[in-house]
Design a protein around this ligand. Sequence first.
Ligand code: GLV
Length: 299
Amino acid sequence: MKTLLLTHPMPAAPFVEALHALEPQMPVLAYHPRMGEHELADVQAVLGWRFPEGVAARLPNLRWVCSVGAGVEKLLVPELATDIPVSRIVDAEQAAGIAQYVVLMALRHARGLARYEALQRERRWSRRPTGALRCRVGVLGVGAMGGAVADMLAAVGFEVQGFSRHSGMPLAAVLGASDIVVCALPLTADTTGLLNARTLALMPRGSYLINIARGAHVVETDLIEAVRSGHLSGAALDVQEREPMPTDDPLWAVDGITITPHIAAQSSAMTIAAQFIQGWRCLQRGELPAHRVDRSKGY
Ligand code: GLV
């Protein structure tokens, strides 16, 4: 049963190494654009981040697609037959790393660290001491990531309100009652552009956005306008619409917006390989792999 690696922009070599460390005989092919139909015809499983255009339609014997990450949206291309199971990696270590990133950015904002960094550059010793913070955080998306984020935020003293499409409180109410909003949603047709001029306007004046999900959740021009106008005090964006972000992207130069290059947390190649091999063995026994997404929902 041949596996095709579609890990670009990550190199395939660490995945090949990790898969072979655990399953030395596993037939693995790293994708390259000149692959012929005969090579692709043998592929039964894909481990990847995104489908290059047209590749899903060239895999007549495909039986399973597994994402190297928690998100699957770049693999759910229209050419992928609807009956192919798609799984994702569920990794508590990655969720903890993402939660740490969110707590870091939330505390940095809530404790006014940027102000003290600016004062230090001016050699000014100017105090504005506080007691313990009282700050409300709305976490959009309460799955494996959002749940871990909410728990860690609560553990350091934030008042946390989760939002999902099944939670009691409507989105507008959560946004309106949050000093910080964290986006931890899956990217689907319903959530693309969810944070736009209209919804950002529902957040209180001076509030802050943290995005650890996908750049396309946010209409970036609307966010820039909300920050420049002073309605939002800023944002921490680990993900952006264009990755890697080109040097001329306007997001780089907005006061109050912190950009990090999709580093909040990533599963190790070994964790990904171990989960993939479990799924691969399930498939060989005629069973369905774990951590499947609901293809109709997109997550
Ligand atoms: C990272 O963005 C992931 O989906 O795991």
